[in-house]
Design a protein around this ligand. Structure first.
Ligand code: CA
Length: 736
């Protein structure tokens, strides 16, 4: 029974949703609701899947699944890293809305997640394997998960009763065993959702002995861009730390024991933790394979026989042996799941999905790891088999994303898709034999937030269409544009090529519009600048100060506030040194950085009498962010201060005027921002004050004698500011 309904162009199997929860009526309908088996791996690149044209390995079981179903060739993640991708899948929301933007965040399991929606309509739900969202899973009848990243050898599992159990064996096999056991023990009268989520082939890529030597050293071809020099694109590329050449660890990655003999070529500091977990028998099997290869390499190294390039190639080969070996067990797992379904007569009415949380670099651009918006890690494998609904051997070029999984599963189960879900059901793609449906999306939005962590990949976001990819790098305020037809390896940005001028403009417009569509307001999304050394240092110092001592006055802002420590120091000493005052001004900060700092507790133990806030000119300025977006960021800052210290009086200062004349676009942006900020004055706790008139001459120009660069104050400017601010503070009775 196919019933179509139109809601954001969704087409779904709808089994009469009488109660609004999607409850299913008759036993007959119950019997026809499809089971869902979601086999999900971690970091499995498309380059290492036969059905996606792998030139380096064989995946017979995945290929069998693909031949029986639909292969999505343009399937992408919304944020290329483990935890965030999982959160996108569970919620159908982009990271900034589901709240899990970076690893280390804690997933709010009380929000809507698709497994609970299925559970509430009669599905049995189970999750086995990698989770990585910090909080306990919700929406599952049964779960058994790896703590954090988990381990390949003799892994620990967190159980529903709170216990932690170490299970001897190999992780990928154990997760498959547990999944099939759960299937055996389930209530056979109900449809089920099984999420079988592997750790493999995540770093540190530790294969099972049955796959040792399957991809021998010297047999795996290197990608064309292994020796990428990162020219012709943003300089932030060179700053990341995930190259095989320079960031490959002696123990963890290269699998050597003992001290690092060649620190010029291998990094120190992370031993092979998997080896340490192994039983004596496992260690013996491991060493029997690895030791001869390691010794052969080290003998040549000690003799000085290998060039830098030889060493790079060897490292890539070792990486591929281990990575592809780890993939092989995942392929075995898919085979076992398919066989189980066949043996138990479950094939016909079960949707089998294979995916991985993101793609991965297998030496492309010289890298391992993921994170970047380049194709290898932006893409996700997505293979779906559903007999009678998907023709065998189908492929699709529709642009799809991991936020689409939740609505797809709901639609397949006949459950109503909540309004807030941002993804789109893929059922129309299934129904159309893979053809791109009418009114399908023309572009996907991507955002990465984890800049100050391992691998040092800069914050960036962007848009990918059928042919082009636009990336924006926040820190350097740079665009990169790639033409994926003429430059499929993304080796040269054409953003400054005159021939691409109109395409750049069009893509920038699409970027802005898509951010609007997905409710992305960067002014309200807390992000760190911890990848800038001075900022990180200042952040540490200020946070320490906040913990040491309670302050009566806290100044929150950007360079203009920070300037009290420089050009304004004499004025500060004269007016604010007599009360405990804390300067939380950070040069170049936008509202989103202040949000990050305050959320991390930078006000410390203070419950200040007053907080003086002036922020936003770096949003409205060279970024030219719309004033209403910036005002929303300021509003959230006020909310955070109030949350932390409800009694604090907030002196919200209008952003100072800037630019040459009254009609400077940045000036006008600040005028509009101030208009919005004035509305935040509640006469009780928030007091808006606009001091702009003190800095503007009658003809609308700014006096260079107090604002030399037409943005920042000099000492005379700080005097004007101090002498205006002190009476305001006195009036509010927060200053002696
Ligand atoms: Ca991952």
């Amino acid at each position: 029974m196919l019933v179509y309904f139109t809601r954001q162009c969704l087409v779904a199997f709808l089994f009469v949703d009488l109660l609004g929860l999607g409850q299913v009526g008759s036993a007959q309908e119950e019997a026809t609701r499809p089971n869902i088996v979601f086999v999900f791996s971690d970091d499995h690149a498309l380059q290492a899947i036969g059905a996606y044209g792998s030139k380096i390995n064989e995946t017979p079981n995945l290929d069998r699944l693909a031949s029986q179903g639909l292969v999505f060739d343009r399937s992408y993640c919304a944020n290329s890293i483990c935890g965030p991708s999982r959160a996108c899948i569970l919620t159908g929301l982009h990271s900034h809305l589901n709240g899990f933007r970076r690893n280390g965040d804690r997933f709010d399991g009380s929000q809507w997640v698709f497994p609970r929606a299925l559970q509430q309509t009669g599905y049995q739900t189970a999750l086995l394997g990698k989770w990585h969202l910090e909080t306990d899973p919700t929406g599952f009848d049964y779960w058994q998960v790896l703590p954090d990243q988990g381990h390949y050898y003799n892994p620990d599992f967190l159980m529903m009763d709170g216990s932690r159990q170490r299970v001897p064996g190999y992780c990928t096999d154990l997760i498959t065993d547990a999944s099939l056991k759960w299937l055996d023990q389930r209530d056979q009268s109900k449809p089920f959702l099984l999420m079988c989520q592997h750790k493999a082939p995540h770093r540190n890529w530790s294969p099972h002995p049955r796959h040792f030597g399957k991809y021998k050293l010297g047999t795996v071809p290197a990608p064309e861009s292994l020796r990428d020099d990162y020219s012709g694109r943003s300089r932030v590329l060179q700053e990341s730390e995930m190259t095989i050449k320079d960031h490959f660890y002696w123990g963890h990655d290269a699998k050597f024991h003992g001290p690092n003999e060649f620190p010029d070529h291998f990094r120190d500091g992370i031993p092979n933790g998997e080896y340490q977990r192994m039983s004596p028998e496992q260690k013996a099997a491991w060493d029997a394979y690895y030791q001869p290869e390691n010794e052969a390499f080290l003998t040549k190294m000690r003799a000085g026989e290998l060039s830098a390039d030889d060493i790079l190639v060897w490292k890539h080969q070792r990486y591929m042996h281990d990575y592809l070996g780890s993939v092989q067990a995942v392929d075995d797992s898919v085979g076992r799941v398919l066989e189980y379904l066949e043996a138990n007569n479950l094939t016909k009415n079960t949707i089998v999905v294979y995916s991985s949380d993101q793609g991965f670099y297998l030496g492309e651009h010289g890298w391992y790891d993921k994170r970047w918006m380049f194709e290898e890690s932006l893409r996700m494998p997505l293979i779906v088999k559903w007999p009678d609904h998907i023709a065998p051997g189908t492929r699709s070029n529709a642009l799809v994303q991991n936020i689409d999984y939740a609505p797809t599963f709901l639609a397949a189960a006949g459950v109503k898709i909540p309004e807030q879900v941002q993804g789109t059901s893929l059922l129309p793609v299934f129904a159309g034999g893979g053809a791109i449906p009418a009114n399908w999306r023309d572009a996907i939005y991507y955002a990465y937030y984890e800049s100050d962590s391992v691998h040092e990949v800069a914050i960036h976001d962007g848009v990918r269409t059928d042919r082009y990819k636009l990336m924006f790098f926040q820190r350097t305020n740079e665009w990169n544009l790639f033409d994926l037809v003429t430059d499929p390896n993304e080796m040269k940005s054409v953003h400054d090529d005159p021939q691409y001028r109109s395409i750049l403009r069009g893509m920038q417009q699409r970027y802005r519009d898509l951010r609007g569509f997905y409710q992305v307001n960067s002014a309200t999304i807390p992000v760190t600048r911890g990848d800038e050394a001075w900022w990180k240092q200042r952040d540490r110092e200020k946070t320490a100060l906040g913990k040491q001592q309670a302050h009566d006055l806290v100044f929150i802002g950007d360079s203009i506030t920070q300037g009290w420590e420089e050009e304004g120091k004499a004025m500060w000493d004269q007016h604010f040194a007599n009360v405990p005052s804390l300067n939380l001004g950070f040069s170049g900060d936008r509202t989103e950085h202040v949000l990050w700092r305050l959320r991390r507790g930078q006000m410390g133990i203070s419950k200040p009498r007053a907080a003086v806030i002036m922020i936003g000119t770096n949003n409205t300025g060279h970024r030219m962010q719309p004033p209403l977006e910036t005002a929303a960021g300021v509003s959230e800052i006020i909310g955070l201060v109030q949350q932390q210290s409800p009694a604090t009086k907030i002196v919200l200062l209008g952003v100072f005027p800037r630019g040459e004349t009254a009609f400077d676009p940045m000036r006008l942006n600040n005028v509009a921002l101030n208009q919005s900020l004035s509305r935040l004055d509640d006469g009780e706790k928030v007091f808006y004050r606009d001091l702009s008139s003190l800095f503007v001459k009658e003809d609308g120009t700014l006096p260079r004698e107090i604002m030399p660069d037409l943005l920042h104050l000099n000492e005379a400017g700080y005097q004007v500011w101090a002498e205006a601010l002190v009476p305001i503070l006195r009036e509010l009775e927060v200053y002696p």
